[in-house]
Ligand binder design. Structure first.
Ligand code: 5GP
Ligand code: ZN
Length: 143
């Protein structure tokens, strides 16, 4: 598991151009490139150039910058590749499915009628708590 700068980080290598990537966007702080095993053509990863591990590590200002780029690139996927939808996905932690421990957001372009599998999985896992349980959890979580 790559979890810190001391270990080899494939995304840091992409930033340093030590590893190849098909880059679609770059600015001073952010790089976006195509996922090497895409769920759909155009599946893009957006990363901060600086190594942050996950949502608990990344500074809010950097996350805001990534959000702005997500909007631009999401619209671009729709406008240029003819998609009509996009999933924005992020995993923090191995339990959530994170496999590269350099913060990234997935932009997965979607088109009506084409399944990529994870939605079926998502809905099959849904459970139906009572209103009382929902209210208790909301109360526990309130900020
Ligand atoms: P995670 O599972 O951490 O949310 O997503 C990591 C993503 O990085 C995966 O979708 C995987 O295909 C992608 N990935 C892993 N190694 C490389 C690589 O060397 N280059 C590129 N472009 N994508 C990679
Ligand atoms: Zn890194």
């Amino acid at each position: 598991m790559v979890s810190s700068l001391e270990e080899k980080c494939i995304f840091c290598e992409i930033v340093k151009r030590e590893e190849k990537a098909s880059i679609v966007y770059e600015d001073d702080d952010i790089l976006a490139f195509l996922d090497i095993s895409p769920l759909a053509k155009g599946h893009t990863l957006i990363i901060p150039k600086k190594h942050y591990v996950d949502i608990t590590d990344i500074p809010p200002e950097m996350l805001s910058k990534i959000s702005l780029v997500s909007k631009k690139l999401g619209e671009n996927l729709i406008n240029k590749l003819g998609y009509d939808g996009v999933n924005l996905m992020h995993s923090t932690g191995a339990s959530a499915g994170q496999s590269v421990f350099h913060f990234h957001v997935h932009l997965i372009p979607r088109i009506s009628g084409e399944s990529i599998g994870f939605q079926e999985w998502w809905f099959s896992r849904a459970f139906h708590p009572s209103r009382k349980d929902l209210d208790k959890t909301a109360n526990d979580l309130k900020l």
